[in-house]
Design a protein around this ligand. Structure first.
Ligand SMILES: [Zn+2]
Length: 89
């Protein structure tokens, strides 16, 4: 059981998200249970709160999608200048 103090400042909360590549969209923070709008590193926006985030809950879109599709892998590799030859992913 994680204890989240309600005394975190907005800046501290924002840092916690940014440390993991998330962007805090909400402009105020009240307490660990108040809703926060956040954007994940993949650009999905969702609503969470500090309590959920601290206990490991992340973007629901990303967690539903366990694997990258072949197309996404190809796009990521192409960006880096690599081609994907194996289509069995
Ligand atoms: Zn996501």
């Amino acid at each position: 059981m994680l204890f989240i103090q309600d005394k975190l400042t907005y800046e501290e909360v924002r840092c916690r998200f940014e440390r993991e590549g998330y962007t805090l969209l909400s402009t105020e923070y009240r307490n660990a249970k108040s809703n926060l709008n956040v954007r994940c590193p993949h650009g999905h926006e969702w609503t969470t709160n500090m309590s959920n985030f601290a206990s490991g809950r992340r973007c629901s879109v990303c967690s539903r999608r366990k694997k990258y599709t072949l197309e996404e892998v190809q796009r990521i590799f192409a960006k880096e200048g690599y081609g994907v030859l194996d289509s069995s992913i």
